[in-house]
Design a protein around this ligand. Structure first.
Ligand code: UGA
Length: 434
């Protein structure tokens, strides 16, 4: 097998675009197809469309080197050795993954790919999907592999190029080998398994992270009641190598485009097989309760009813280092506050990239300056862990909002600094917090 492969990517969302630029950067010849003409035009012009560290340079370099192109027509994939399918698989109303985009992509690939090609399903799909794809493609002499992606938004390039593990769910050694060659995977990181195991491993990993986070948020609530400090409790837990220190940071709940949808899909598919997945269901219930916990904390700490309150929200994205507001817990909190009649002014370092309609439907008036956003606030609510919030001049905020309560759902700020500015600080899972 030659080192340089002809690779196709279908779907240029976070996973597809990252896959395309990183594989082109590995000297492969990459053609990425998407049905969205506007996206294809912008990417072809070198506009990165998502906010990811390192992406703009990789995109420009690989386009200029002629190793990457974006197309809307599947015919451009007619000579590909391997195609990575990275289309979205959103949650339907019952939590089931909607496979419409994947099914459409597989039909087109069956028509255009040469015999001997390998289709790799990178989208997060219910267990059994890749085998079904394989059955559809077998008459065309095309193989199918499941290779889920584990990258995080905001660290997509680094996670893709230095993965903890590379999962290759394949029945055929030939298909597995071409996928490993495309990645240039370190054999020590490759976990070869069946397509079913690979598909379930992805859901299992995301659901485990969600369970860990909900457990942390419940512990934070209990810490406050006992007068304990969740930072001390999780420091102890995280020092145990069996638990590990990551994903133990309390917050306003977990969100984003993956954890909510994947936990819903896992619960749904397990139920069909008569398995309850009670841990994951409980994690979802705990998560849905977090906005209410924050509202209660505000009700108890500000002088006026929420219906009369002016609340400044710092952070609107679902986590720091992204402009993504999909399933953002910050916006879930805003929506609840707005429903209570509170007046919300919101600031986010990525405000310019956030759709105004999304903010409007969450009841947030966007203010492109954190100090102006804090004008006359009864409470300042930190909802996203943007490190720059730590460096705000809290004396200026205190001037704008004398006597305001600062509720820090991410435990990001220095309580001493906020307190010294004359503001009341409430940490998440702390004795004098909520
Ligand atoms: C998640 C997984 O972490 C990735 O491994 C996976 O590849 C990806 O989903 C996916 O399936 O595509 P991502 O959605 O980018 O990645 O976000 P995370 O970094 O996992 O954060 C999820 C949520 O948990 C965010 O709302 C974040 O603020 C919250 N979080 C995370 C906490 O509240 N506390 C923590 O300690 C960590």
């Amino acid at each position: 097998m030659t080192d340089t492969l002809r690779i196709g990517v279908v779907g240029v969302g976070y996973v597809g675009l990252t896959t395309a630029v990183c594989l082109a950067d590995r000297d492969h010849d990459v053609v990425a197809v998407d049905i969205d003409e506007a996206k294809v035009a912008r990417l072809s012009a070198g506009v990165p469309i998502i906010d990811e560290a390192g992406l703009p340079d990789l995109l420009t370099d690989t386009l200029a080197a002629g190793r990457l192109s974006f197309r809307t027509d599947y015919e451009a994939l007619a000579d590909r050795d391997v195609v990575f399918v990275c289309v979205s698989t959103p949650s339907g109303p019952d939590g089931a993954a909607d496979l419409g985009a994947l099914d459409a992509a597989v039909s087109r690939l069956g028509q255009v790919l040469p015999a001997g090609a390998t289709v790799t399903v990178k989208s997060t799909v219910p267990v059994g999907t890749t085998r079904r794809v394989a059955e559809r493609l077998r008459p065309h002499g095309i193989g199918a592999v499941s290779s889920p992606e584990f990258l995080r938004e905001g660290r997509a390039i680094a996670d893709f190029t230095h993965p903890d593990r590379v999962v290759v769910g394949a029945d055929s050694d030939v298909d597995a080998a071409v996928v490993c060659a495309a990645y240039g995977a370190d054999p020590a990181t490759v976990l070869r398994m069946s397509p079913e195991s690979a598909e379930l491993a992805k859901y299992a990993s995301n659901a485990f992270l969600a369970v860990k986070l909900s457990y942390t948020n419940s512990l934070a609530q209990l810490c406050h009641r006992y007068g304990a400090d969740v930072g001390d409790v999780t420091a102890c837990m995280g020092a145990d190598a069996r638990i590990g220190p990551s994903f133990l940071q309390p917050g306003p709940g977990w969100g984003g485009s993956c954890l909510p949808k994947d936990t819903a899909a896992l619960v749904h598919s397990a139920r069909i097989h008569g398995v309850s997945m009670a841990e994951v269901e409980a994690a979802r219930i705990t998560n849905a309760a977090q906005p209410g916990r924050i509202l209660t904390a505000l009700r108890q700490s500000i002088a006026c009813p929420l219906s009369d309150a002016r609340i400044t929200v710092l952070g609107l994205t679902f986590k720091a280092a992204t402009s993504d507001t999909r399933d953002s817990p910050a916006l879930a909190v805003c929506t609840r506050l707005a429903a209570e009649g509170a007046t919300l002014s919101g600031y986010d370092p990525q405000l310019a990239a956030i759709d105004a309609a999304v903010l409007q439907s969450a009841g947030v008036t966007a203010v492109d300056d954190p100090y102006l956003a804090a004008k006359a606030a009864d409470a300042v609510l930190v909802l996203t862990e943007w490190p720059q919030f730590r460096d705000l001049d809290w004396t200026v905020i205190a001037d704008h909002a004398p006597g305001a309560v600062v509720a820090d759902t991410r435990n990001l700020l220095d309580p001493q600094i906020v307190g010294a500015a004359g503001l009341r600080y409430l940490g998440n899972g702390r004795a004098d917090g909520f």
